[in-house]
Design a binder for this molecule. Structure first.
Ligand code: KG4
Ligand code: ZN
Length: 350
């Protein structure tokens, strides 16, 4: 089954052609980083305008690079939410038009479910895991931090989530305070190189929900530290800039690992999936490898270029849903900026 995926939920315009949910025939991602950089964050109105400008070219490129014609496709998959409404509408409307003119079925896909299936895209040098649930899944993006127990395609139990900022947001807001560029994750990761992560002991929040996350307090403590109000956090005389970045990054990673480890223990999870932009972080990846080894669990973590937003993951999720009979073609799907992860019972009643 060959599916064209389209993803425009935020500031990337992406299209990809994927065979049988795992084999990526083409993957085109046009980033708008340069457009939003001067503003230190994404400007939604600019994002949707750029999506309109880029979408035709990006889809055309994906089809050309995959060397397929529309006759070879079985479906068109597109992100319907969550995300920025203007950006979502561009991809969804474009996909609807394409589906109508080609007669292909249109499969709406939830963005986070897309991220989950990025874990099954085949890498050149590695055999895939196949699909062997259950999986404990950590989804860490710019807008979401969720811990999910997946027992089969479409059956997702949200064990915990962030009570305030997402992990990616903690990186992005932290980077802004540190005078680094946007997006903040890669900028902090780079600036932290060679830094001493024990130089400053930023606080790690203790929460009531064992699987929940919180990053707002950490962000505030960085702001206060930078204003010279939290000198008592210093464990080293005169920390360097790299030390500050490394210590802040280490606090985010620690706060992701704590609920994750509790859930590994409670669920006795045989396998762990970690996806989303923040999963590209090398320091987090190293800690995850140790964690997986400790619990003798399989670790599925896509290469960095599939952690951040792309359309191959959208086509992959559509394939797995179609295979399970969970998705119906829907030419009238609405964009939903706050769409919750679709659970199995919802999918059946639809
Ligand atoms: O999944 P994603 O591309 O888009 C959303 O769905 O939000 O995630 C974007 C987030 C941003 O907050 C960005 O700073 C973060 O992922 N990110 C990283 C890294 N690369 C991207 N965070 C930490 N380290 C990285 N290397
Ligand atoms: Zn994303």
């Amino acid at each position: 089954m060959i599916i064209l995926g389209i993803e425009t939920s935020c500031d990337e315009t992406a299209a990809a052609v994927v065979k049988d949910g795992t084999e990526v025939l083409s993957n085109v991602v046009l980033s708008q980083v340069a457009v939003h950089q001067p503003f230190g964050g994404i400007v939604p109105e600019l994002a949707s305008r750029k999506q309109m400008e880029f979408i035709t070219w990006v889809v055309h490129q994906a089809m050309e690079q995959a060397k397929v014609s529309f006759d070879c496709l079985d479906a068109i998959a597109v992100t319907y939410g969550p995300g920025l409404i203007g950006s979502l509408l561009v991809g969804l409307s474009f996909a609807k038009g394409l589906a109508l003119s080609t007669g292909l079925p249109l499969i709406p896909v939830h963005h986070l479910e897309g991220h989950l299936f990025s874990a099954f895209l085949k890498q050149k040098d590695k055999d895939g895991d196949g699909f062997q649930p259950p999986y404990l899944c950590l989804i860490v993006t710019g807008g979401h931090t969720e811990l999910v127990w997946m027992t089969r395609v479409g059956r997702y139990q949200v064990l915990g989530q962030t009570l305030d900022d997402a992990a990616g947001e903690a990186f992005d807001k932290g980077a802004r305070a540190l005078g680094l560029g946007f997006p903040g994750g890669p900028a902090i990761e780079k600036a932290a190189q060679g830094g001493d992560e024990s130089a400053i002991l930023f606080p790690r929040a203790t929460l009531e929900g064992p699987f929940d996350f919180s990053f707002a307090g950490l962000k505030t403590s960085l702001y206060r530290y930078l204003k010279g109000l939290e000198k008592r956090l210093e464990r080293k005389v005169r920390p360097t800039f790299a030390d500050i970045c490394a210590s802040y990054q280490a606090a985010i990673v620690d706060m992701l690992l704590q609920p994750l480890e509790r859930a590994m223990e409670e669920k006795e999870a045989p396998a762990l999936i970690v996806v989303g932009g923040v999963a590209a972080n090398q320091s987090l990846r190293r800690r995850l490898e140790d964690l997986a080894q400790k619990w003798r669990a399989r670790l599925l973590i896509p290469p960095p270029y599939w952690c951040t937003d792309n359309a191959a993951m959208i086509a992959a999720a559509a394939f797995f849903r179609l295979k399970e009979g969970l998705s119906q073609p829907d030419l009238f799907a609405d964009a939903d900026p706050r769409a919750p992860l679709p659970s199995f019972s919802e999918a059946v009643s639809n």
